[in-house]
Design a protein around this ligand. Structure first.
Ligand SMILES: NC(=O)c1ccc[n+]([C@@H]2O[C@H](COP(=O)([O-])OP(=O)(O)OC[C@H]3O[C@@H](n4cnc5c(N)ncnc54)[C@H](O)[C@@H]3O)[C@@H](O)[C@H]2O)c1
Length: 273
């Protein structure tokens, strides 16, 4: 199976490109050059450019779309990789008859969801409730998956990733950690599972203290093994832990809003007639 990985020079992309290349034939795409350790085919370009996307998707069987700004940023920057990039790649998939996308969505698509007092895990069917423009970009990307599933028969997994780290580093990670091994297993499952439509799943490990439900992931064959609780003894307590645990988006949800969608400099004064 030939797989395009966008954002292949990034944190998640470089781990996936390194670990998936025995089972799949990988082509990487990124605006940055490939890491020195990268093996195989690589395209330097912007996934939101329809010409680049069309060429990059040619001859592929599936797309793993990770490219984009991986944190809060100005709205236009966020929309570029996560929304325009997703749309350009989906268009390219329609053109070339490619039928599967595995998308890096984020917990921040539902980040303003309060954690239930019962401690019950939050299901994938919870309504979109972004905590940032970044989260808005992820909600819109998931909406594009739905549109292209219904209109063009492209099936997708929207991985609402928690915190992808080699080891957990905070108390919040007891709930949100996604280990390298589990991330690789999740993407593998997303690529080969037999289903139609869009399956949103939570991209976390089998954490004892998980905030999100893992059943949707299991339904497509994602069976995580790691548990952040194994590192609990080394995780420091911080004053913000309690506040951050009230919303699933943690620090993105608790921080005061620091931006408007547009800087005033970007908005032309006056107006038309
Ligand atoms: N790391 C996490 O814990 C986490 C959590 C939730 C969601 N995610 C999502 O997973 C994806 C990958 O995250 P990451 O941590 O590897 O981020 P990263 O910043 O390390 O990697 C992103 C890569 O995308 C590339 N890129 C950005 N815009 C591009 C464009 N328009 N065209 C081509 N390449 C472009 C960047 O150059 C970079 O190499 C992102 O979509 C992020 O939002 C990550």
């Amino acid at each position: 199976m030939r797989v395009l990985i966008t954002g292949a020079s990034g944190h998640i992309g470089s781990v996936l490109a390194d670990r998936l290349d025995e089972q799949f034939e990988i082509r990487g795409l990124d605006v940055r050059a490939a890491p020195a350790s990268y093996r195989g085919e690589f395209v330097v370009g912007d996934c939101a450019d329809p010409v680049v996307a069309t060429e990059a998707v040619r001859d592929m069987d599936a797309v793993v779309h990770l490219a984009g700004i991986a944190t809060e940023a100005d709205l236009l920057l966020v929309l570029h990789g996560h929304v325009l990039g997703t749309a350009a790649l989906l268009d390219a998939m329609v053109r070339h008859g490619v039928r599967r996308m595995v998308l890096a969505s984020s917990n921040h698509a539902v980040g303003m969801t309060p954690r239930p007092a019962s401690g019950e895990p939050i299901q994938t069917g919870t309504p979109p409730r972004p905590d940032t423009f970044y989260g808005v970009g992820k909600v819109a990307a998931e909406a594009l998956l739905s549109l292209y599933a219904d209109r063009h028969g492209i099936s997708s997994v929207a991985m609402r990733i928690g915190s992808f780290l080699e080891r957990p580093t905070s108390r919040r990670n007891l709930a949100t950690w996604l280990s390298y091994d589990d991330c690789v297993a999740m993407v593998e499952a997303g690529l080969v599972a037999d289903f139609e439509g869009v399956v949103p799943i939570y991209g976390i490990s089998a954490n004892r203290d998980a905030w999100w439900d893992l059943d949707a992931g299991r339904s497509i064959g994602y069976h995580p093994r790691d548990d952040a609780a194994a590192y609990e003894h080394e995780l420091p307590h911080a004053p913000e832990d309690e506040a951050e645990a009230q919303w699933v988006g943690g620090p993105f949800a608790t921080g005061a809003p620091t931006r408007t969608a547009f800087e005033l400099d970007d908005v032309s004064e006056g107006g038309g007639t």
